[in-house]
Ligand binder design. Structure first.
Ligand SMILES: [Cu+2]
Length: 187
Protein backbone atom coordinates (compact mmCIF):
# COMPACT_ATOMS: atom_id res chain seq x y z
CA UNK A 1 0.00 0.00 0.00
CA UNK A 2 2.73 2.34 1.08
CA UNK A 3 4.83 1.29 -1.85
CA UNK A 4 2.02 1.92 -4.29
CA UNK A 5 1.59 5.34 -2.77
CA UNK A 6 5.26 6.04 -3.23
CA UNK A 7 5.06 4.90 -6.82
CA UNK A 8 2.05 6.98 -7.54
CA UNK A 9 3.74 9.92 -5.83
CA UNK A 10 6.76 9.49 -8.10
CA UNK A 11 4.39 9.17 -11.03
CA UNK A 12 2.74 12.39 -9.98
CA UNK A 13 6.07 14.14 -9.70
CA UNK A 14 6.98 12.89 -13.16
CA UNK A 15 3.62 14.10 -14.50
CA UNK A 16 4.14 17.55 -12.94
CA UNK A 17 7.65 17.73 -14.45
CA UNK A 18 6.26 16.74 -17.84
CA UNK A 19 3.48 19.32 -17.52
CA UNK A 20 5.98 22.00 -16.54
CA UNK A 21 8.12 21.07 -19.54
CA UNK A 22 5.08 21.22 -21.82
CA UNK A 23 3.99 24.55 -20.35
CA UNK A 24 7.42 26.03 -20.99
CA UNK A 25 7.31 24.60 -24.52
CA UNK A 26 3.92 26.28 -25.01
CA UNK A 27 5.24 29.49 -23.53
CA UNK A 28 8.14 29.57 -25.95
CA UNK A 29 5.95 28.76 -28.94
CA UNK A 30 3.50 31.49 -27.91
CA UNK A 31 6.47 33.87 -27.67
CA UNK A 32 7.65 32.85 -31.14
CA UNK A 33 4.12 33.26 -32.57
CA UNK A 34 3.77 36.68 -30.90
CA UNK A 35 7.12 37.77 -32.34
CA UNK A 36 6.10 36.54 -35.79
CA UNK A 37 2.80 38.42 -35.54
CA UNK A 38 4.64 41.59 -34.48
CA UNK A 39 7.10 41.23 -37.36
CA UNK A 40 4.23 40.64 -39.77
CA UNK A 41 2.27 43.69 -38.55
CA UNK A 42 5.36 45.91 -38.64
CA UNK A 43 6.22 44.60 -42.09
CA UNK A 44 2.71 45.21 -43.34
CA UNK A 45 2.47 48.71 -41.94
CA UNK A 46 5.83 49.70 -43.40
CA UNK A 47 4.71 48.30 -46.74
CA UNK A 48 1.52 50.28 -46.43
CA UNK A 49 3.47 53.44 -45.65
CA UNK A 50 5.69 52.81 -48.64
CA UNK A 51 2.77 52.30 -51.00
CA UNK A 52 1.10 55.47 -49.66
CA UNK A 53 4.35 57.35 -50.29
CA UNK A 54 4.47 55.93 -53.77
CA UNK A 55 0.87 56.99 -54.47
CA UNK A 56 1.51 60.50 -53.14
CA UNK A 57 4.72 60.96 -55.10
CA UNK A 58 3.16 59.67 -58.32
CA UNK A 59 0.22 62.07 -57.82
CA UNK A 60 2.60 64.99 -57.39
CA UNK A 61 4.49 64.03 -60.54
CA UNK A 62 1.26 63.92 -62.45
CA UNK A 63 0.26 67.40 -61.32
CA UNK A 64 3.65 68.95 -62.07
CA UNK A 65 3.91 67.28 -65.48
CA UNK A 66 0.39 68.28 -66.52
CA UNK A 67 -3.05 67.77 -65.01
CA UNK A 68 -3.59 71.48 -64.44
CA UNK A 69 -7.31 72.00 -64.00
CA UNK A 70 -8.94 74.33 -66.51
CA UNK A 71 -12.64 74.99 -67.04
CA UNK A 72 -13.76 75.95 -70.52
CA UNK A 73 -17.08 77.78 -70.87
CA UNK A 74 -18.53 77.49 -74.35
CA UNK A 75 -21.87 77.72 -76.07
CA UNK A 76 -23.33 74.40 -77.22
CA UNK A 77 -22.40 73.50 -80.77
CA UNK A 78 -19.28 75.69 -80.94
CA UNK A 79 -16.94 73.53 -83.04
CA UNK A 80 -13.79 75.65 -82.78
CA UNK A 81 -14.26 75.72 -78.99
CA UNK A 82 -14.17 71.92 -79.01
CA UNK A 83 -11.04 72.10 -81.13
CA UNK A 84 -9.47 74.26 -78.47
CA UNK A 85 -10.52 71.85 -75.68
CA UNK A 86 -8.77 69.09 -77.66
CA UNK A 87 -5.58 71.17 -77.87
CA UNK A 88 -5.62 71.75 -74.11
CA UNK A 89 -6.11 68.02 -73.45
CA UNK A 90 -3.29 67.09 -75.84
CA UNK A 91 -1.07 69.42 -73.81
CA UNK A 92 -1.93 67.59 -70.60
CA UNK A 93 -4.54 69.92 -69.13
CA UNK A 94 -7.38 68.48 -67.09
CA UNK A 95 -10.27 70.15 -68.91
CA UNK A 96 -13.81 70.52 -67.64
CA UNK A 97 -16.25 71.79 -70.24
CA UNK A 98 -19.25 73.84 -69.13
CA UNK A 99 -21.81 74.59 -71.80
CA UNK A 100 -23.77 77.79 -71.43
CA UNK A 101 -25.98 79.64 -73.86
CA UNK A 102 -25.24 82.96 -72.17
CA UNK A 103 -21.59 83.64 -72.94
CA UNK A 104 -22.22 87.41 -72.94
CA UNK A 105 -23.20 87.34 -69.29
CA UNK A 106 -20.06 85.34 -68.43
CA UNK A 107 -17.81 87.86 -70.20
CA UNK A 108 -19.53 90.70 -68.34
CA UNK A 109 -18.96 88.89 -65.05
CA UNK A 110 -15.24 88.60 -65.77
CA UNK A 111 -15.07 92.17 -67.08
CA UNK A 112 -13.83 91.21 -70.55
CA UNK A 113 -14.46 94.18 -72.89
CA UNK A 114 -16.17 93.57 -76.24
CA UNK A 115 -12.99 94.38 -78.19
CA UNK A 116 -11.13 91.63 -76.31
CA UNK A 117 -13.75 88.92 -76.64
CA UNK A 118 -13.60 85.63 -78.51
CA UNK A 119 -15.82 82.55 -78.64
CA UNK A 120 -14.96 80.65 -75.43
CA UNK A 121 -13.68 81.64 -72.01
CA UNK A 122 -11.52 79.38 -69.87
CA UNK A 123 -10.75 79.67 -66.18
CA UNK A 124 -7.46 78.42 -64.75
CA UNK A 125 -6.60 79.07 -61.10
CA UNK A 126 -7.91 82.65 -60.59
CA UNK A 127 -7.30 83.78 -64.17
CA UNK A 128 -9.52 83.84 -67.22
CA UNK A 129 -8.17 82.85 -70.60
CA UNK A 130 -10.19 84.41 -73.41
CA UNK A 131 -10.16 82.83 -76.83
CA UNK A 132 -7.87 80.53 -78.80
CA UNK A 133 -4.91 81.21 -76.55
CA UNK A 134 -1.59 79.60 -77.51
CA UNK A 135 -0.36 77.17 -74.82
CA UNK A 136 2.89 79.16 -74.37
CA UNK A 137 0.87 82.16 -73.17
CA UNK A 138 -0.95 80.07 -70.54
CA UNK A 139 2.37 78.64 -69.38
CA UNK A 140 3.86 82.13 -69.07
CA UNK A 141 0.81 83.30 -67.10
CA UNK A 142 0.92 80.37 -64.67
CA UNK A 143 4.67 80.64 -64.24
CA UNK A 144 4.79 84.40 -63.63
CA UNK A 145 1.50 84.67 -61.68
CA UNK A 146 1.04 88.39 -62.46
CA UNK A 147 -1.47 90.52 -60.58
CA UNK A 148 -4.01 90.65 -63.43
CA UNK A 149 -7.51 89.27 -64.06
CA UNK A 150 -6.67 87.26 -67.15
CA UNK A 151 -5.36 87.23 -70.69
CA UNK A 152 -7.14 87.56 -74.03
CA UNK A 153 -6.52 86.84 -77.66
CA UNK A 154 -9.41 88.70 -79.32
CA UNK A 155 -11.35 87.30 -82.24
CA UNK A 156 -10.56 83.93 -83.74
CA UNK A 157 -7.31 84.28 -85.68
CA UNK A 158 -6.43 81.48 -88.09
CA UNK A 159 -3.55 79.25 -87.10
CA UNK A 160 -4.32 79.47 -83.36
CA UNK A 161 -4.95 76.26 -81.38
CA UNK A 162 -8.33 74.83 -82.36
CA UNK A 163 -8.83 77.19 -85.30
CA UNK A 164 -6.85 75.45 -87.99
CA UNK A 165 -5.24 77.15 -90.95
CA UNK A 166 -1.78 78.66 -91.06
CA UNK A 167 -0.51 81.40 -88.85
CA UNK A 168 -0.59 84.89 -90.36
CA UNK A 169 2.07 86.89 -88.53
CA UNK A 170 2.37 87.53 -84.82
CA UNK A 171 -0.54 87.30 -82.42
CA UNK A 172 -0.81 90.00 -79.81
CA UNK A 173 -2.07 88.71 -76.46
CA UNK A 174 -3.39 91.17 -73.91
CA UNK A 175 -3.49 91.12 -70.15
CA UNK A 176 -6.65 92.50 -68.58
CA UNK A 177 -7.06 94.14 -65.21
CA UNK A 178 -10.47 95.63 -64.33
CA UNK A 179 -11.28 95.67 -68.04
CA UNK A 180 -8.08 97.59 -68.92
CA UNK A 181 -5.99 95.96 -71.63
CA UNK A 182 -2.21 95.94 -71.85
CA UNK A 183 0.07 93.96 -74.10
CA UNK A 184 1.01 90.70 -72.37
CA UNK A 185 3.11 89.09 -75.11
CA UNK A 186 3.46 88.54 -78.82
CA UNK A 187 3.79 85.12 -80.33
CU1 LIG B 1 -13.51 79.84 -81.65
Amino acid sequence: MALRDKFSETGCKLEVKKMKKETSKWKSSILVITMLVILFVVGCSSNEAKSLDEITSSDTTEISANGIKITVYKSPGCGCCEGYVGELERNGYDVEVVETSDMTLLKEEYNIPRTMQSCHTAIVQDYFIEGHMPIEAIEKLLEEQPDIDGIALPGMPTGTPGMGGTKQGLYTIYSLTNGEAEEFMQI
